[in-house]
Design a protein around this ligand. Structure first.
Ligand code: NDP
Ligand code: 8X3
Length: 260
């Protein structure tokens, strides 16, 4: 049976690594037409090639910085030159910066986390919505986090930002009721991507700690879920999904095997 996603236009933000790159490959394998954005163009181009090899009907890429309204608007203007209809929007771009207690928090880290995880989702959704409104069955999928639903020391700004993303998703669900558009928040727990390298600003020793002795989620696990969510029949909306590794029972309870 042909995939429900074959020929569908899928926009993925933050597609240069991690979940976004894996999503590009997985939606590509379903025969979708991809519009992908991020700041690192060399990485984006490499992902575009992989998604094309996986089977995408089209893969188009363009620079995107979701922390800047002008960049988001320019990106969507570019999208409009390629298609008049968007079927799936995946607001994935984001991440954490630092693990400082509030007492030691840095303005620039807090501001970047809010700009990308919160305002980036609002900006991109506002800009892309006109391409989706006459398209019942379309999907807006926001990448939240386990961190939206719990807290941990050093996570104040990131947890607040992801809680903000969840409330944006819930608000959109109300505002778009009756349009036939679906709105989802997919909230992963511990997953090994470049997330931790970015959070710890390139310190690979610190970045590897969260994954020591445990089996985290992979980017592929999340990408498979995104494909599943977007390919449900049009009358089915997966509102919210919390996905944790089996080893992670709670934010502070992660099973770790002894390593030699
Ligand atoms: P990665 O660091 O591997 O990927 C993050 C992606 O976001 C990159 O493609 C990066 O591209 C992009 N990005 C960051 N800032 C911007 C920006 N201002 N404009 C455009 N793109 C941007 O991490 P993940 O794949 O893990 O993260 C993806 C999402 O999943 C994030 O929202 C993160 O918060 C969330 N998440 C991650 C979890 C984890 O444990 N890994 C768990 C739960 C949620 P570039 O730098 O090229 O712009
Ligand atoms: C990332 C998950 O637990 O590192 O969103 O904050 S966590």
């Amino acid at each position: 049976m042909a995939s429900r996603l074959a020929g569908k236009w899928v926009l993925i933000t933050g597609a240069s690594s991690g979940f976004g790159a894996a999503a590009a490959r997985h939606f590509g394998a379903e025969g979708a037409k991809l519009l992908i954005g991020a700041r690192r163009m060399d990485r984006l181009e490499a992902v575009a090639i992989e998604a094309g090899q996986a089977g995408a009907q089209a893969v188009l890429f363009h620079p995107l910085d979701v922390s800047k309204t002008a960049s988001v608007n320019t990106f969507v203007d570019w999208v409009r030159t390629k298609t008049t209809r968007l079927d799936v929007l995946i607001n994935n771009a984001g991440g954490a910066l630092g693990l400082d207690f509030v007492a030691d928090g840095k303005d620039e880290d807090w501001e970047t986390m809010m700009q990308t995880n919160v305002l980036g989702v609002l900006r991109m959704t506002r800009a892309a919505l006109p391409l989706m409104l006459d398209n019942p069955g379309g999907s807006i999928i926001n990448i939240g986090s386990f961190a939206a639903r719990t807290v941990y020391e050093g996570g104040a700004a990131y947890c607040a930002a992801k809680a903000g993303e969840l409330q944006i998703t819930r608000t959109l669900r109300l505002e778009l009721n009756g349009t036939g558009l679906r709105v989802s928040s997919i909230d992963p727990g511990l997953a090994e991507t470049e997330f931790s390298v970015v959070r710890f600003k390139g310190d690979l020793t610190k970045a590897s700690k969260p994954y020591e002795g445990t089996q985290p989620l992979t980017a592929e696990d999340i990408a498979e879920t995104l494909v599943w969510v977007a390919s449900r029949p049009p009358h089915v909306n997966i509102d919210e999904m919390l996905i944790k590794p089996t080893d992670q029972a709670a934010i502070h309870k992660v099973h770790r095997r002894k390593t030699t």
